[in-house]
Design a protein around this ligand. Structure first.
Ligand SMILES: [Zn+2]
Length: 295
């Protein structure tokens, strides 16, 4: 699934295309995608009505990002939140030009709409499609920021926010016995790091992903904080890491994958020490680490 740098790159690509565009019509073909964010989603037709009525006639003002979500702001202050999850894609089509963002879906290149087009926004210029092959993603409507804040309750800090300090991180970690990678994946302390950047951050900080958070020394926490602050902006500048499930809005790929040191590299040589990288599972996710470089 796209992580913070990838979603941020998509946001930067989509905003200039959508800003000022008015929504003429909204069609929802899969009610569960607008009903809730829960994995066991039931169709809620009142949510469909709210989604369509809330967005029709609105004008896109800004595209922001919170954690791994795209947050579309309309002129009236109303909001549409989109989480692409594993296989979601947004395509903006205007005349002969098409702009893709998210999971590459082959069919979308030759046919739009297609069987994966579950939500269609007809705009005053062009059409915006929400396509999703496995339908893990969602698009939700919020009346304003206050309701949106409730949706985000329990989420940790943005890593690039001023509040994400060494002291904050230390305070969170010293109280927690869970493994450090699990904590990063959970999003309750800091948001935006998924499997790619959690593995890369643990490696860069020299910390084994399974280390209990409360065993980290102050020096290690300082290091972990520093590497998160280093990796995330670098990955954003590179357009994120394109690994099978995402394309930038201009259809190109992000190239941070060239800088990966451990992600998907289990069984190959550690770039630091030459030791063979180990592979295991943390929170059901494949995890790669170096037993020599990480303690
Ligand atoms: Zn090593």
């Amino acid at each position: 699934m796209p992580e913070l740098p990838e979603v941020e790159a998509l946001r930067r690509g989509l905003e200039p295309l959508l800003k000022g565009r008015r929504v003429i019509d909204v069609q929802v073909f899969k009610p569960k995608l607008v009903s809730s964010k829960s994995n066991k989603r039931v169709e809620d037709l009142s949510k469909v009505e709210e989604f369509i009525n809330g967005i029709t006639g609105e004008t896109f003002m800004a595209v922001k990002r919170r954690a791994k979500n795209l947050v579309f702001y309309f002129e009236s202050g109303r909001i549409m939140l989109v989480h692409l999850k594993m296989t979601g894609q947004m395509v903006y089509k205007f005349g002969d030009s098409q702009v893709w963002a998210g999971h590459p879906i082959e069919l979308s290149h030759s046919q739009l709409p297609n069987k994966h087009s579950h939500i269609i926004f007809t705009l005053d210029q062009g059409v915006l499609y929400y396509n999703d092959t496995r339908m893990f993603g969602y698009c939700l409507f919020f009346e304003d920021d206050t309701v949106l804040d409730e949706h985000f309750q329990g989420l940790g800090l943005e890593p690039l926010s001023n509040d994400f300090t060494v002291d904050y991180l230390a305070n969170c970690l010293t109280k927690c016995k869970k493994g450090i990678k699990s904590i990063l994946l959970e999003q309750k302390v800091v948001v935006g790091l998924g499997n790619i950047y959690a593995d890369e951050a643990c490696f860069a900080a020299g910390i084994l992903p399974i280390r209990s958070a409360n065993t980290l020394t102050k020096t290690e926490i300082v290091k972990l904080h520093a590497v998160i602050m280093d990796i995330i902006p670098k990955a954003i500048s590179a357009g994120g890491s394109s690994v099978a499930n995402y394309l930038l809005a201009d259809g190109t790929s992000g190239n941070y994958a060239h800088y990966h040191k451990v992600y998907l590299k289990g069984g190959t040589k550690c770039q630091n020490c030459g030791n063979i990288l180990s592979k295991g599972k943390v929170a059901q996710r494949t995890t790669v680490y170096c037993l020599k470089c990480q303690k």
